[in-house]
Write a protein that binds this ligand. Structure first.
Ligand SMILES: CC(C)(COP(=O)(O)OP(=O)(O)OC[C@H]1O[C@@H](n2cnc3c(N)ncnc32)[C@H](O)[C@@H]1OP(=O)(O)O)[C@@H](O)C(=O)NCCC(=O)NCCS
Length: 412
């Protein structure tokens, strides 16, 4: 066969589908079949059918291209070993394809408008176990350049990275991959930012595999069959009982100082956490507290860094005033507020502050229950202290005495 019109066979079983295609020059025949457990049984007859329909035999192939992953462990082994067996038999070289790049190419082929040179497409594929296979590829006008090689991300990472980007940055963010369909709720906060979804149904389809294979062929980018290897990014799929236990017991959160950069995420978290948005602190409240050097802590998820709680307090001479505490709605009732109050009691001990003060809306039953259980007692009431949806609302003034003898036990 001539270099200009190679006969290329391409296949990918990294997802739960079998994708395969045959190109005889510019003529392409593609297949998309159920995969998973059926992949190994489906693949060879499907490939044989493609060749038969084109009136060709194995020995007519110039090269065999396969999606090397990342993806399902068994699927990657199936694609690789079938390719090796066929390439050995056909005595032809192998083209190793990046499955995530094939998804980006499929998204480009499906998009109503072609990518502009310089566009970077992020591919997010479902890796199960609350994880994603992620890669980024920049279109140079004729081919893809790898902007970020395949990585394994926690499912929370895209939101942690992108939920606070400016609208200008967001419009340059092109996303595709089956994770967008598998976890629509997990990405929902990105859509109002104007992020571009290039192809929720993008997949390593035959047409995309062949486009990559043809470019690789033109570059002479083929390898000997012995060098065809799957691309694993998850080191280990099976965990021992001890490892599973260690993971379950590992801390899921860390506490750190709040900074100005945290303000947008904290505002969003608190607005959603409060019974009414008018109860939440404003941007000005946080900015002036930061300027005043108040004690400000955020609790973040270890995976992805998402902020799940905030706590602000003001030091006095021998007392501390709790100014604000909020826990993300989805994380409430798990003891997070109580744990943050525990940090404040420690601070009281460290600063020899024998009183901890706070104000709370009488209508805020959750907060009142929390403080009462924690040993705070009502010592006064400020009339019309808080803005409320229908005017003003009183504040209950609550106080907890701290035993400076060593334990943070309430003395009331
Ligand atoms: C009030 C708030 C901070 C509590 O946070 P949290 O992490 O859910 O609280 P915890 O899980 O630590 O719960 C501690 C105690 O709070 C009370 N509490 C928590 N969730 C509650 C609920 N759904 N209903 C009633 N009481 C509740 C309980 O007394 C609980 O003690 P228990 O577990 O022994 O029953 C949280 O609901 C919140 O962020 N609300 C919006 C912001 C706000 O109102 N902040 C207070 C400003 S003064």
């Amino acid at each position: 066969m001539s270099v200009a019109a190679p006969v290329l066979l391409a296949l990918d079983t990294a997802t739960d589908r079998v994708h395969a295609a045959l190109a005889v020059g510019a003529a392409v025949q593609a297949l998309d079949l159920p995969g998973g457990a059926q992949a190994s049984a489906q693949l060879l007859p499907a490939l044989q059918g493609l060749l038969r329909d084109a009136g060709l035999t194995w020995s007519d192939l110039d090269a065999i291209a396969f999606g090397s992953g990342p993806g399902a462990f068994t699927g990657l082994r199936t694609a690789c070993s079938v390719t090796q067996g066929l390439a050995l038999g056909a005595d032809c070289p192998v083209i190793v394809l990046d499955t995530l790049m094939a998804v980006a190419e499929d998204a480009r082929q499906q998009a109503p408008q072609d990518c502009a040179p310089g566009d970077t497409v992020w591919v997010l594929q479902d890796a199960r176990m609350e994880e994603l296979y992620v890669g980024a590829f920049t279109w140079d006008g004729a081919d893809w350049q790898v902007a970020q090689a395949a990585q394994l991300w926690p499912l929370t990472e895209p939101i942690a990275r992108w939920a606070q980007v400016s609208q200008d940055t967001a419009k340059d963010l092109h996303l595709c991959g089956n994770a967008l369909q598998a976890y629509p709720d997990r990405f929902a906060t990105l859509w109002p930012l104007g992020v571009t979804v290039m192809g929720e149904t993008a997949a390593p389809r035959g047409g995309a595999l062949l486009a990559l294979a043809q470019r690789a062929w033109a570059r002479g980018d083929t390898v000997d069959v012995a060098l065809a290897l799957p691309r694993y990014v998850r080191d280990k799929v099976a965990q021992t009982t001890a490892e599973r236990r260690a993971i379950a017991q590992a801390p899921r959160h860390i506490d750190r100082l709040m900074t100005e950069a945290d303000i947008p995420a904290v505002l969003e978290m608190e607005q959603a956490a409060c019974v009414h948005p008018v109860h939440a602190w404003t941007e000005d409240n946080y900015r002036s507290s930061l300027r005043s050097g108040y004690w400000m802590r955020v609790r973040c998820e270890v995976d992805g860094g998402r902020i799940v709680a905030v706590c602000v307090a003001m030091d006095g001479v021998d007392e501390i005033h709790l100014l604000n505490i909020a826990v993300a709605r989805a994380q409430q009732g798990q003891g997070i507020a109580r744990a943050l109050l525990g940090l404040l009691y420690e601070r009281c001990l460290a600063r020899q502050a024998s009183l901890l003060w706070l104000e709370v809306r009488p209508s805020n039953e959750r907060a009142c229950a929390l403080y009462t259980r924690e040993g705070f007692v009502e010592v006064g009431r400020r009339k019309g202290y808080y803005p409320a949806p229908d005017g003003r609302e009183d504040a209950l003034v609550m106080r907890r005495n701290i035993d400076l003898g060593g334990t943070a036990r309430a003395m009331d």
